[in-house]
Design a protein around this ligand. Sequence first.
Ligand SMILES: Cc1cc2nc3c(=O)[nH]c(=O)nc-3n(C[C@H](O)[C@H](O)[C@H](O)COP(=O)(O)OP(=O)(O)OC[C@H]3O[C@@H](n4cnc5c(N)ncnc54)[C@H](O)[C@@H]3O)c2cc1C
Length: 548
Amino acid sequence: MIRRCDDLPDGTVLNADVCVIGGGPAGLTVAAELAGTSLRVILIEAGGEPGRPLGLTESSVADSQGDLAPPLQIPPRLGGGANEWIVRLPKMQRGVRMLPLAPFDLETRSWVPNSGWPITWSELDRYYQRANEFLGLSSLGYTLEEWEDTQHPRLPLEAHGFTTTMEHFASPSVFTKSIRQTLADCANVDVYLDGAVGAIDGAADQATHVMVDHGTAGRVQVKANQFVLAAGGINNARLLLSARDHAGFAGSQVATGRYYVDHQRIGVGSLTPSDPGIFRTAGLYDLTTRASTSVMGKLTPTEALLTTHRILHSGSMLLPKPPAKIEQGLTDVRSLVSRSRQPGTPRPSIASLAKTALYIARTGTQMAAQQRRLPPRIDAGWSGLTKTSFGRFSVETQIELAPDRNNRVHLGNARDQFGRRRPEMFWRWHELDLHTVKTNTALLATAFQKSQLGRFEPEAWDARPLLTTPNGAFHPSGTTRMGDNASTSVTDCNAKLHSASNVYVAGSSLFPTVGYANPTLTIVALAIRLADHLRPSAIAVAATPVSG
Ligand SMILES: Cc1cc2nc3c(=O)[nH]c(=O)nc-3n(C[C@H](O)[C@H](O)[C@H](O)COP(=O)(O)OP(=O)(O)OC[C@H]3O[C@@H](n4cnc5c(N)ncnc54)[C@H](O)[C@@H]3O)c2cc1C
């Protein structure tokens, strides 16, 4: 059943075996996995029904220090971040990149401070397989061998330390439609929308209830035997840190909010190929649909290269660009359309505008006819465009950042509309991050040159790399990280708080390190694992009914 919190009278008390806080991919996966069991589950979501993207609003982080900008806030809605997924797939669909972490991402690496997961990759892999099914992804895997064929060969970079890994693309509708419907029809799960959990309360090492604010209408209380925090990478920490403000439950620990980490996407340079035919033959690196699956290859350093050069993990995308003259023409057209031409800039010539218009018309017609995709961005489907003349690839790298104890989410003095303290952040580059960007770019340049693929021109930067998304990649992680040691982690290997017997966490705030892979496949895998863990223990606890 799906209801709104403000349909409930002020002071209502709800009882559950399991209370899930947050209805994004993490919380919805836990709830869906507990659907159809004998457990009574209540999911509380701060936002309303899923909907079309509204555009990202100002950050909910009240203040930020350090040299990296805080993440943008995702408007609260059932489905969480899935409402914003923007990768454009063919046939006007939207999608999201799915990729597992690599085995060595979970290992303790001597050159990466605070690295090492408390679970093995083979343990996680069992759940990756279930996460693939849960997300409706192809049974074909993520290795190059499964996708390479004579029409889609790999680039010959392996002798020079770079391999290719494949990403799949999942549909946001798994979370915004299918699971929503499953839960609406389900007898043992109730979803309450438009209710923001503020306080978690209880005894020192055990939560007993949460207080939910809804609009101006008042407060609802949810009592439960087990709690799952699934409010996203910033808000999971915020909820635990807020517990410090309350007498009773003391779920927050010294590491809560620390080790904040996200990915950064960096424009590292451009590759002018020696053979222009590469724009048709490098389809493995394009976002294409094959065997009914949307996939895309990325260039990643081998484990040997990472170890030798003591760098963090990364994945690089190739994005074709028109020749420099046309690119200038596109900039001119954009500034004419938006009337933002700087005074003093020379007027574009008629000939240049005509060539650019021809390029747009040709590309647009082909995109619409062959790819059922709309121009002007050519970030996918480019290998099928036979008549378009590209000039170079822009190379964009997503890098893992080092978990740094000083990078953290903490509570400030500013308050939200319910009087709750808002989060603030400290986030700065770690020297290993900068070493990784420089070294990985230089290694890529050497690999392109040695394999005679073309001429690579790195982007020039002195102090800071050129970010393509200045507020991070929307993957806030690490703030309730898993680990064996309570002074450097917040949750144990089962995602349970070290400091409480009945509070668990779901989401990327659990990740001790993040690899370069986008997080949602791992979030879903860990959420399924958590539901497996909760099912028997919650049933045992449920034998004692919640009082009140
Ligand atoms: C534009 C964009 C593109 C992305 N692309 C990719 C991609 O290609 N691949 C990928 O893997 N990931 C991608 N992501 C990230 C992905 O969306 C997140 O990994 C995922 O949404 C995290 O799921 P979650 O459930 O942990 O958190 P969220 O999705 O943030 O969900 C948390 C939910 O909790 C609710 N909530 C918060 N506080 C409270 C409270 N106090 N009480 C009740 N409810 C609360 C929120 O309203 C929200 O619905 C992208 C994100 C964005 C914004």
